[in-house]
Design a protein around this ligand. Structure first.
Ligand code: E4P
Length: 219
């Protein structure tokens, strides 16, 4: 399973890369706005730092503007994946961009029907938003199960990118279902490392050895 970081924060990306756990990045307009930096240069900076796919989203809703912005985003670096909203104009652009060799990530997916359309259009990734589905008393993970099943039924190439992840259980459930990718806020990536028994166990190992008064190199 691939882990992407869902962030436009350069420090978070740098740390995630150091930890060796980051296979790619997803951004969106809200995340880039939070950094207070210009749009395209931020996507470019991230794409230059990260060896894997970096999703940069169009800021347009009509087909001609989506195409124009998508080409500019894709021109920033070879690893840019263009994020396109799930709409008739968006999916028409997904099909056209595929013909041009530009990979897309279809965003704001909230139903299996929408995921099916995105795969038929030729998206490289579909992003179902599990946290936002949970927020309205739906089952985000139920949606992932449906999408993984229906893609498997027809051998679609589109990868299921679990988005709007809010906590480690989302990540584990997504992996159990067999989703290809989860995009995590940095705080969720950090939480995946922690277990209280690991902390207690490590303290005990080190304090037991310290009681001997011996060092690591003693003979
Ligand atoms: C997906 O790529 C989006 O950037 C993101 O996961 C949305 O998450 P949120 O619902 O926490 O804003």
């Amino acid at each position: 399973m691939k882990f992407f970081l869902d962030t436009a924060d350069i420090q978070e990306i740098r740390k995630g890369l150091e930890w060796g756990m980051v296979d790619g990045i997803t951004t969106n307009p809200s995340l880039i706005a939070k950094q207070g930096k210009p749009y395209l240069p931020t996507v470019k900076e991230i794409a230059e730092m990260v060896p894997g796919p970096v999703s940069g989203e169009v800021l347009a809703t009509e087909h001609p503007e989506i195409m124009e912005q998508a080409r500019r985003l894709a021109g920033l670096a070879d690893n840019v994946v263009v994020k396109v909203p799930l709409s008739p104009d968006g999916l028409r652009a997904v099909r056209d961009l595929k013909q041009e060799g530009i990979p897309t990530n279809v965003t704001l997916c909230f139903s299996a029907a929408q995921a099916l359309l995105a795969a038929k259009a030729g998206a490289a990734f579909i992003s179902p938003f599990v946290g936002r589905v949970d927020d309205v008393a739906g089952s985000g993970m139920g949606l992932i199960e449906e999408v993984v099943t229906l893609y498997g039924n027809y051998d679609f190439d589109t990868e299921v990118l679990v988005a709007s992840v809010r906590h480690p259980l989302h990540v584990v459930q997504a992996a159990l279902i067999g989703a290809h990718v989860a995009t995590l806020p940095f705080s969720t990536l950090e939480k995946l490392y922690h277990h209280p028994l690991t902390d207690v166990g490590l303290d005990r190992f080190l304090s037991d050895w310290a009681k001997t008064g011996r060092g690591f190199d003693d003979e």
